[in-house]
Write a protein that binds this ligand. Structure first.
Ligand SMILES: Nc1ncnc2c1ncn2[C@@H]1O[C@H](COP(=O)(O)OP(=O)(O)OP(=O)(O)O)[C@@H](O)[C@H]1O
Ligand SMILES: [Mg+2]
Length: 299
């Protein structure tokens, strides 16, 4: 059974058509990521699913509920980390988690949550004294305090330092391994690549591509790029078709057959007696494909 079922969903704010007819489904235990540039309609979509906004048209079923009905039983089964939240900032970290937890019939222990998000040293600190990233960690704790079956995370790791981001990923992975379903938005392609089972790219209120991070935008069939620096030799004798020179004299080769072409390149280097400095072999990243799909790359 799909946990989230969205059909032909549209939302307009006056004459701003923020979401213009999208369909997607999320199965239980999946981590589904919505990607897309600023203003694409991600938060609008997430907030409609949470029951925070009314839709203009289309149908939405989440855990079997229509979120607009704001059923209490529905709200007890979901956890929310909004893009922007207004937590009472005179409270301490511990007090906030206690209060939020008391609103749910089953809730996780405050101490355990503080530990999960790494705020032990700030247990009794007032929220207004937290740094941006610490505050975001608290918001993550508040989003999962009710032990929800479905968790909405709207840019959960914005402002996190790299190690906090890794910790947050582990939290999300642990939640998914417990069978929880997660709808995530993010601007970090490495986050989507690492966490998501499936991603949908939104642009201008529409879903322009959907698939696994590996398959998105036909990524697997794109060329491999081989680059290296070879000082003091010409690549003319290499005999490969797609050779160009990039920044700092770096040789750039696009290849459909990287195994064969690498063999050619290393053979050529050995017979010419040159070292291939900084040799790298890369496939287009999710970010490359994303930029191509959203038309926001320079090329
Ligand atoms: N309350 C509102 N009133 C009017 N327009 C709004 C409102 N909320 C959002 N919009 C508009 O709807 C569009 C989609 O906004 P939304 O917040 O869903 O984008 P987003 O994909 O979450 O972007 P970001 O990556 O910046 O968070 C934008 O053009 C935005 O200006
Ligand atoms: Mg947003």
């Amino acid at each position: 059974m799909a946990i989230i079922d969205v059909e032909n969903l549209a939302k307009s704010y006056g004459d701003v058509h923020a979401v213009r007819g999208i369909d997607f489904h999320v199965e239980q235990g999946e981590i589904f990521a919505l990607l897309g540039p600023n203003g694409a309609g991600k938060s609008t979509t997430v907030e409609i699913l949470e029951g925070h906004r009314a839709r203009t048209s289309g149908s939405v079923s989440v855990l079997g509920y229509d979120p607009t009905e704001r059923d209490r039983a529905y709200r007890e089964r979901i956890g929310i980390v909004l893009q922007e939240t207004a937590v009472e900032d005179q409270l301490s970290v511990k007090e906030a988690i206690d209060i939020y937890g008391s609103m749910y019939p089953k809730h996780r222990a405050t101490g355990e949550l503080i530990e999960i998000v790494g705020l032990e040293a700030k247990t009794d600190a007032r929220i207004k004294t937290l740094s941006g990233g610490q505050r975001r960690r608290l918001e993550l704790a508040l989003g999962i305090v009710g032990d929800p079956d479905l968790i909405f995370l709207d840019e959960p790791t914005t402002g996190f330092d790299p190690s906090a981001r890794r910790q947050a990923w582990t939290i999300v992975e642990n939640l998914a391994s417990l069978g929880k379903t997660i709808l995530l938005t993010t601007h970090y392609m490495d986050e989507a690549q690492h966490l998501a089972n499936r991603v949908a790219v939104m642009a201008d209120g529409l879903i322009v591509a959907e698939g696994t991070p590996e398959s998105l935008g036909d990524r697997q069939s794109k060329k491999t790029v081989i680059t290296f620096v070879a000082v003091g030799v010409s690549t003319d004798s290499l005999g490969l078709a797609d050779v160009s020179t990039g920044d700092n004299g770096r040789i750039v080769i696009s290849s459909d057959e990287p195994t064969r072409d690498l063999h050619t390149i290393t053979g050529w280097a050995i017979s010419a007696g040159v070292e291939l400095t900084d040799l790298s072999v890369t496939r287009p990243s999710l970010e490359d494909v994303y930029l191509e799909l959203t038309g926001s790359n320079d090329e």
